[in-house]
Design a protein around this ligand. Structure first.
Ligand code: HSE
Length: 311
């Protein structure tokens, strides 16, 4: 195999209660990438469409993730990458994770799959480190594994794929402003009152149980964030009203997608997810914030290989 084309999906990190540990993979939002073997050892990005991002390997999240993989592979091999970047940087749905994960999954395929999914997650995390200074895995894990994932530990890396109820659907509204993850992390408090910590870990456990039991009421009761959301809500225009509208429209829960500014809601079934989208759109229509909306099921597959259209 000399080349691969792939779809690298967007993702929602945190899922309210699970800051830096929970994530889920989205279905129809993502970047397109084309990777080719090259006679010249090393990794080069030859084209980025859709966004103004650096082509230099060491400045690009896909580049540093690819370099981490090539360093571990040890033999001299070469690859070229073209990216059609469709997830906006700084939108809160794992733009950097998609690029980093797509690059390493694609190279691994061209090398005959020498690396495990867990190793690929660790390479892709280097992209996250470049993007925001913190090598979190809650976006790259669901992009590589699909579905819902839980990062139990970073050292050693321990990632647990979770059950994903078939009927769950996500609505994501993206106010067209950029919030840098590093800035959204800087507003967080380092100390947490014990009572809030207790509530938060109770909700993480309950959410995981709710997913396995396909208990939508339990999922709904557990989609609560007492720690991160209160600190970050001020970064997002109309956040309280979005949440109010989504809940009124029947969402199981609503919170900040990753580090924002996108706001997500989970619903039972696509019909409800569309109603929730309408209710959230009304908020931004009223206050005049430009936005885009994504409505989709949870993606069980993660990165997917596709037929190349135009290389
Ligand atoms: N867990 C990370 C954060 C995700 O919330 O900062 C960033 O995409």
């Amino acid at each position: 195999m000399e080349s691969v084309s792939l779809f690298a999906p967007a993702s929602i990190a945190n899922i309210s209660c699970g800051f830096d540990v929970l994530g889920l993979c989205l279905d129809n939002v993502g970047d397109l990438m084309h990777l080719e073997k090259s006679n010249k050892p090393g990794f080069r990005i030859t084209e980025i469409k859709g966004q103004d991002l650096p082509l230099e390997t060491e400045k690009n999240v896909a580049g540093v993730a690819a370099q981490a993989l090539l360093k571990a592979y040890k033999e001299p091999v070469g690859f070229k990458l073209k990216i059609d970047k469709r997830i906006k940087a700084g939108s809160g749905i794992g733009s950097s994770a998609a690029s980093a994960a797509g690059a390493v999954v694609g190279i691994n395929k061209l090398l005959g799959e020498p690396f495990s999914p867990l190793e690929l997650i660790s390479f892709a995390m280097e992209g996250e480190r470049l993007a925001c200074g913190s090598a979190h895995a809650d976006n790259v894990a669901p992009v590589i594994l699909g579905g819902f994932t839980l990062v139990r530990s970073l050292e050693p890396l321990d990632v647990i794929p979770l059950h994903s109820p078939l009927e769950l659907a996500a609505t994501v509204i993206h106010p067209e402003i950029e919030v840098k993850t590093a800035d959204a992390r800087a507003v967080l408090h380092n100390k947490i009152p014990l009572k809030k910590a207790i509530n938060q870990w109770a909700n993480v456990g309950a959410l995981v149980s709710g997913l396995y039991q396909e208990d939508y009421d339990l999922i709904s009761r557990s989609l609560v964030d007492e720690i991160v959301e209160p600190a970050r809500a001020m970064l997002i225009p109309g956040f309280d009203q979005l949440k109010e509208n989504a809940t009124q429209a029947g969402a199981l829960g609503c919170g900040i997608s990753g580090s924002g500014p996108s706001v997500f809601a989970l619903s039972k079934g696509m019909t409800n997810a569309h109603l929730v989208a309408k209710s959230m759109a009304e908020v931004y229509d009223k206050i005049g914030v430009p936005y885009e909306i994504h409505i989709c099921p949870i993606n069980p597959n993660g990165v997917q290989f596709i037929e190349p259209k135009n290389k």
